[in-house]
Write a protein that binds this ligand. Structure first.
Ligand code: BEZ
Length: 211
C-alpha cells in the first residue's frame, strides 16, 4: 500500500553495507532520509550516491541520518562502492541496504510496475524524529535527484515543526516565511516579535523566526 504523509514509517531489519540495521533503532531520535536506487552499477545512481556522500556533513548538521537502498545484495553494493569513490571523488559514507528480495522496496511501495516490473523508482522519504513520514518524492529512473532540494525541504520541515509558519515558493534558509492562517494577528504579534507585513489578511510575511 502507498505510504502517505503522516503515516508511521514502516520498520524493518535489513543487511546493509554497514551491517544489520533495525531501521527505527538506526534513526533513534534523529530525522531520516530513506531513498531508493533502481540497481547497482547504473550511471545516474552512481552520481547520486557520490553527491549524497559529499553532502553528508550538511545532513549531520540537520541531525539527519541517510540510508539508501538498491535491489542488489550487499556484496554487489560493496564492489559498486569502489566505483562510486573512484568516479565521484567521495566514498559512500552512509548505509546502503541490500534488498535483493525486494522486501523493503515492497514495504515502501518503491516498485511501480507500470514504470518497471523489477527495478525501483527513485523514491525519497523524509522521516521525522516521531517516525512519521513528512515528505515523499518519486522520480523516474532516468532523472537524478537534487540533493539541495532534499536539504531545502529538511530546513522547511524542521522550521515548521517548531514555529507556526509555512515556507513560500522557492524558499531557502534565511528568507522570510509565512505566518499560518490559523494564527490571529494578536497572537502573531506575540509569537513573531520581529513583526510582520500583511499583504492580504491571509498572507502575512515575517522574518525567519529562529535566526
Ligand atoms: C541509472 O541509475 O543510471 C539508471 C538506472 C535504471 C534505469 C535507468 C538509469
Amino acid at each position: 500500500m502507498a505510504i502517505r504523509l503522516g503515516d508511521t514509517a514502516p520498520d524493518f531489519t535489513a543487511e546493509t553495507t554497514e551491517g544489520t540495521i533495525h531501521f527505527h533503532e538506526y534513526l533513534g531520535d534523529s530525522w531520516g532520509v530513506l531513498f531508493s536506487h533502481p540497481k547497482d552499477f547504473t550511471p545516474v545512481c552512481t552520481t547520486e550516491l557520490g553527491a549524497f556522500s559529499k553532502a553528508k556533513a550538511e545532513f549531520d548538521k540537520r541531525d539527519t541520518k541517510l540510508i539508501g537502498l538498491s535491489v542488489d545484495d550487499v556484496t554487489s553494493h560493496n564492489k559498486w562502492a569502489g566505483d562510486i569513490e573512484e568516479t565521484q571523488g567521495e566514498a559512500l559514507n552512509f548505509p546502503l541496504i541490500g534488498d535483493e528480495d525486494r522486501k523493503v522496496a515492497e514495504l515502501y511501495d518503491m516498485i511501480h510496475p507500470n514504470a518497471d516490473n523489477t527495478l525501483t523508482v527513485r523514491s525519497v522519504f523524509i522521516i521525522g524524529p516521531d517516525k512519521k513520514v513528512k515528505l515523499t518524492l518519486t522520480y523516474p529512473a532516468s532523472t537524478g535527484r537534487n540533493v539541495d532540494e532534499v536539504l531545502r525541504v529538511l530546513d522547511s520541515l524542521q522550521l515548521t515543526a517548531d514555529y507556526k509558519v509555512a515556507t513560500p515558493v522557492n524558499w531557502k534558509e534565511g528568507e522570510d516565511v509565512i505566518i499560518v492562517p490559523a494564527v490571529s494577528d494578536e497572537e502573531a504579534k506575540e509569537r513573531f516579535p520581529k513583526g510582520f507585513k500583511a499583504l492580504k489578511p491571509y498572507l502575512r510575511v515575517t522574518p525567519q523566526p529562529n535566526l
